[in-house]
Design a protein around this ligand. Structure first.
Ligand SMILES: [Zn+2]
Length: 282
């Protein structure tokens, strides 16, 4: 071997030497955790300015759901594990959603009519049995279109979890007075809906955590505060959400319960929900 070849060999050895894997200790870092895909969460503060839901004295449900949703959003946004969206703020629907609704008017109509006819077919052919457990007020056409529009957006944006935030009420005569029911209820998709399984797990998890601090609903039909539902649009009724999207709707309590007039209660509810989500997705 001549001198030049010898030097070449040494250079090759050296470069191989430089390419060897780093020692094991160097691999032990938090890099793996940070590289996990973020959990994509959409928060939907129930109702909106035009259709504000229930009301007790001066408290409108749409304002209360937003107050709680904003607290939760703030907590989630500060955590790298999550990527978060919210459908509206105090000015109304966020630009992304406002534009989506107006640019996709016809597409949303088509989305609804296709879902409806497929669903009817499934019921006629007995692939699906219609189940109605808790009575709900019928939504106005504009609300139906908005909620299905949100579901369509969710399907297109690969959302992992949808959190619908509400405060409960029930049909009664004297709404100036507090009603007889109290407590929270967690709704999740009924077992025939394709997103049932993924949603049931997280619904049960959140229910247990909320129950440590707050009392579940004492309204018999609300089944001790954990309810499967097939007809609410938020649940992905008519298979309007895909099987990879978990969705839950939390009625955090009855709107006339005095504790909801305190900011502190909203802080607590947001924190419990947030901590429960961290534990679930750790
Ligand atoms: Zn509501």
């Amino acid at each position: 071997m001549n001198k030049i070849n010898k030097y070449l060999l040494i250079i090759v050895w050296l470069s191989i030497g430089l390419n060897i894997s780093p020692p094991i200790w160097a691999k032990e870092s938090s890099v793996d955790k940070e590289e996990r895909p973020k959990i994509r969460i959409l928060i939907v503060p129930g109702h909106d300015k035009e259709n504000y839901g229930s009301q007790f004295k001066k408290i409108k449900e749409a304002n209360l759901t937003l107050a709680l949703a904003n607290r939760l959003l703030k907590l989630l946004k500060n955590n790298n594990r999550f990527e978060t969206w919210i459908t509206r703020d105090k000015l109304g629907y966020k630009t992304e959603f406002k534009n989506y609704f107006s640019e996709n008017k016809q597409a949303i109509k088509d989305f609804i009519s296709t879902l409806k006819s497929n669903y009817q077919e499934s019921i006629i052919s007995k692939k699906i049995v219609l189940v109605k457990k808790v009575p709900h007020a019928n939504a106005k056409p504009v609300v139906v279109s908005t909620l299905f529009g949100i579901n369509k957006w969710i399907d297109e944006n690969k959302i992992d979890l949808v959190l619908h935030i509400h405060f409960n009420d029930y049909p009664r005569k004297k709404t100036v007075r507090a009603g007889k029911y109290t407590g929270f209820t967690v709704y999740y998709p009924e077992k025939q809906l394709i997103n049932h399984e993924i949603s049931a797990k997280i619904a049960n998890h959140l229910f247990k955590d909320l129950k440590k601090k707050f009392k579940p609903s004492n309204y018999k039909k609300e089944n001790g505060g954990l309810v499967e539902d097939q007809v609410l649009i938020a649940m992905g009724t008519k298979q309007s959400l895909n099987s990879q999207t978990a969705t839950i709707l939390i009625e955090y309590g009855y709107i006339y319960e005095p504790k909801f007039q305190k900011e502190k209660t909203l802080d607590q509810l947001a924190l419990i929900t947030y901590q429960s989500l961290i534990n679930y997705f750790k």
